[in-house]
Design a protein around this ligand. Structure first.
Ligand SMILES: Cc1ncc(COP(=O)(O)O)c(C=O)c1O
Length: 393
């Protein structure tokens, strides 16, 4: 067999409906073990194939994954990368964004979004969020645009795309590129398109707990633009356009072949995992809306699905609810308690408490519940019962 051929022969995979995860006293917030048991032979075979051919950097699985992911997202180009953090930096570098430039983004996100804008040397200009979707509010974007604005970077938080129709319309009017931070939303649909295929550049994370997760760090960039695709694939490898020739700065931002192999095995079950996520998220909302009126459940915009990277609700007296859930054996998490404009690292930007009241309010009351495609109805019932008791004190 030639070195670049992949020794892989798919065998049949158990349907998701046949999976029975054992009831355990301690529930997982995200269960990756059941998923592995389901695809163990396929996963092992994929990994073994890489160990056999030994092309650990940019091996054949890497190219195969890029092709499949581009098809999945409905774009011309996919560029594998080392993480969802690196992808954001690579996208900004490809757009030549640096000192003196401004990038408009949301304050209600994981640190990496703002961090990479700052690391590129640009200034984060925050715009408050929509109180229903938690994504950047397009109605507030235009007034934040200045002659220094070089891009808009919305985040598709918790697994639902931001309002790209409205955002792209503003971007077109001002001739600005849009980078979707789709770290949490790969697999979600937006009005007939897919997350990471809805803007100039899409950026995905394959951190293990993400809806499509590697067994380590990983990420990918998506675009229809041939020039940007070439630039991003060069920046990913030290700005190299041919061996040992470097017209620009770059970084070591490649996705390992082993992680590409892991992702290929998981892609085979991604569609039904995405469907299960939708089903489980919908069932949570139904149960909670019917029995716990004090809690606000996630709301989907017209024509949108969510992959529920997080199933996140709003609760009163969040700290007490967290403690009460923990005492009942239910893990929870807060995504995210402190909006970026109030993070110490961004103090130099001069923002203050009260500048983005909707993000600040959300940061004070959101709570994420256990969520993964293998969550059983019995475990879900346990979570909702514990939540009901926790909320009613
Ligand atoms: C919104 C958002 N952006 C960026 C990232 C960074 O991704 P990674 O952990 O793959 O670097 C994450 C990861 O949690 C994220 O949630």
């Amino acid at each position: 067999m030639g070195q670049n051929r992949i020794a892989y022969s798919p065998v049949s995979i158990q349907p998701l409906s046949a999976i029975r995860n054992p009831l355990s006293a301690l529930m997982d917030f995200i269960d990756l073990k059941t998923q592995y048991r389901r695809i163990q032979p396929q996963m092992n075979e994929r990994i073994q194939a890489v160990l056999n051919h030994g092309q650990f950097i940019l091996g054949a699985e890497h190219g195969e994954l890029e092709k499949r992911l581009a098809l999945y997202a409905g774009v011309k180009h996919c560029i594998g990368a080392a993480s969802g953090t690196d992808t954001l930096l690579i996208a900004l570098m490809a757009l030549n964004i640096g000192p003196g430039d401004e990038v408009i983004t949301t304050p209600f996100t994981f640190i990496a979004t703002g961090e990479m804008i700052a690391l590129a040397g640009a200034r984060c200009v925050f715009v408050d969020i929509d109180p229903v979707t938690y994504n950047i509010d397009p109605k507030k974007i235009e007034r934040a645009i200045t002659p220094r604005t070089k891009a808009i970077m919305p985040v598709s938080l918790y697994g639902q795309c931001a309002d790209f129709d409205a955002i792209n319309a503003i971007a077109r009017k001002h001739n600005l590129p849009v980078i979707e931070d789709g770290a949490q939303s790969f697999g979600a649909s937006y009005r007939g398109k897919r997350s990471c295929g809805v803007s100039t550049i899409g950026s995905a994370s394959f951190f293990p707990s993400k809806p499509l997760g590697a067994y380590g760090d990983g990420g990918a960039l998506f675009t229809d633009d041939d020039t940007l695709a070439k630039l991003m694939s060069e920046i990913r490898v030290h700005g190299q356009d041919r061996r040992y020739h470097h017209p620009r700065l770059g970084l070591n931002g490649r996705l390992d072949t082993l992680q590409a192999a892991v992702l290929l095995a998981k892609l085979d079950i991604f569609d039904d995992e995405v469907a299960a996520r939708g089903r489980i998220g919908g069932r949570y909302s139904q149960l909670i809306n019917a029995t716990i009126p004090q809690v606000t459940t996630p709301r989907l915009s017209d024509g949108c699905t969510s992959v529920y990277a997080q199933y996140t609700i709003e609760v009163p007296h969040r700290n007490d609810v967290e403690v009460a859930m923990k005492s009942r054996g239910i893990p929870t998490a807060v995504h995210y308690p402190i909006p970026l404009h109030l993070q110490p690292v961004f103090a130099g930007l001069g923002y203050r408490a009260g500048d983005f009241p909707i993000a600040e309010k959300a940061g004070g009351c959101v709570l994420s519940l256990p969520m993964h495609p293998y969550l059983s109805e019995a475990d879900q019932d346990k979570v909702v019962q514990a939540l009901k008791e926790a909320v009613s004190g």
